[in-house]
Design a protein around this ligand. Structure first.
Ligand SMILES: [Zn+2]
Length: 408
């Protein structure tokens, strides 16, 4: 409804407020310019001397205070297509083989499948790799019968970068071993997908280029490689050990130096932007009903990924924002004389309509039946249903409103 506060709409739709978006985009631009267009930074430096008072200078001072120092590095243009197919294999067959195994059986069944597939391989040729992020620290681990590696990455870092670092480091170790067929095992599908990709991007992470380079060099020296995907947290011993080593690396490891690409600083900027949005949402005066239902802001709309109609989204969003066409709200914005229900027994709000108004007995009996059949409680406050986003209750309430012809 038009009366809904902009801030509520932003939270419902997962859209960054304009002010925060301005900061986020400006900050990204300056981060990018540090490497791609230093002239912009130089000009800002000259402006600092002239001391103009504009909001662009505030943005620049903020940028400087973050001490962002991205590295400029030349990407390696080794294409995975140039590596002979007979020397490099990707094995993601575990994905299909574990499909459909119920959760409670995974830890028992998956290790068995894994063993039957890979037990013939000499364990000295197997390198389990993993990345981990705990308490805002990132590390990686490698487990092999002869090597246990735990290292930490300088921030900003992500699990993905750590996974790549682990594969890269494994190749460095393998480089010191005689040529043979080696297996690198990772639980990161995105790592395998990135390595398989034929596209080379100037913004590829540093380790991705380095891995391609090593694979190309080593395969020319008669090494062979299979990159195996295995599922995480399924009691596969090697993976568990690599996971542990990665955690130790994140907490206590020595820093493994690397150039940090400018785009790796973006997520920190996004985190600051989200924190600023969160502060405005927590301290605002408007939309407090919605705040009690959705205290945490997110760039993901509440309905994202749900298979529901546009009208369902509209009705639920109105109920969440507490701006809907029942008299309890219409009275607040001066569009209704009173805020009591025509039945004479309460406020004309959603709570009353759904659970107690005598007008809707018939539709309500359907609602109550549907809940009782499923053994679910009735008279659950609508506010709680919306706060927990319980899909069954939301669907049933929507159905009730349609059956009872209540316009929201
Ligand atoms: Zn009523």
């Amino acid at each position: 409804m038009q009366s809904t506060h902009t801030m509520s709409l932003e939270v419902l739709a997962g859209v960054l407020p304009l002010k925060d978006r301005f900061w986020d985009l400006s900050s990204r631009l300056l981060i990018r310019c540090e490497v791609m267009n230093p002239l912009v930074i130089e000009n800002f430096e000259r402006l600092v001397e002239l001391q103009p008072q504009t909001r662009f200078m505030t943005v620049y001072f903020n940028h400087m205070s973050q001490e962002i120092t991205p590295a400029r590095y030349v990407p390696t243009y080794v294409n995975i297509l140039d590596i002979p197919e007979s020397t490099l294999f990707f094995d993601t067959s575990m994905q299909a083989e574990i499909r459909g195994i119920p959760d409670h059986l995974r830890s028992r069944e998956i290790p068995k499948i894994f063993t039957s597939k890979y037990q013939h391989i000499d364990c000295l040729k197997m390198f389990y790799t993993d990345g981990s992020r705990i308490s805002e620290a990132t590390g990686f681990g490698i487990f092999n019968n002869n090597f246990s590696i735990s290292l930490k990455l300088a921030e900003p870092a992500s699990v993905y970068i750590a996974e790549l670092a682990a594969v890269h480091y494994s190749l460095q170790i393998i480089n010191t071993l005689p040529p043979n067929h080696y297996f690198i095992l990772t639980d990161s599908l995105s790592t395998i997908a990135a390595l398989r990709s034929k596209r080379i991007d100037n913004h590829d992470p540093f380790f991705l280029g380095k891995i391609r380079e090593s694979l190309s060099n080593l395969t020319r020296k008669c090494y062979k490689f299979t990159l195996v995907w295995l599922p995480a947290h399924c009691s596969i011993a090697g993976n568990e050990k690599a996971d542990n080593l990665a955690k130790i690396g994140a907490l206590d490891g020595e820093i493994y130096e690397r150039p940090i690409a400018y785009n790796e600083f973006y997520s920190a900027s996004r985190q600051r932007t989200l924190a600023s949005w969160q502060t405005s949402w927590d301290n605002g005066d408007m939309g407090r009903w919605l705040h009690s239902i959705t205290p945490k802001v997110s760039t993901k709309a509440w309905f994202k990924g749900l298979d529901v109609s546009r009208d369902f989204i509209r009705v639920m969003s109105r109920l969440m924002s507490n701006h809907y066409t029942l008299d309890a709200h219409l009275r607040r914005i001066g569009l209704a004389e009173g805020n009591h229900c025509a039945c004479g027994e309460g406020y004309h709000d959603i709570e009353h309509v759904v659970w107690s108004c005598t007008e809707y007995r018939e539709a309500r009996s359907q609602l109550v039946d549907s809940l009782q059949v499923r053994g679910r409680p009735i008279h659950v406050p609508v506010r709680d249903i919306l706060a927990y986003r319980d899909p069954l209750y939301m669907e049933l309430i929507y159905h009730f409103l349609k059956t009872a012809s209540v316009k929201i």
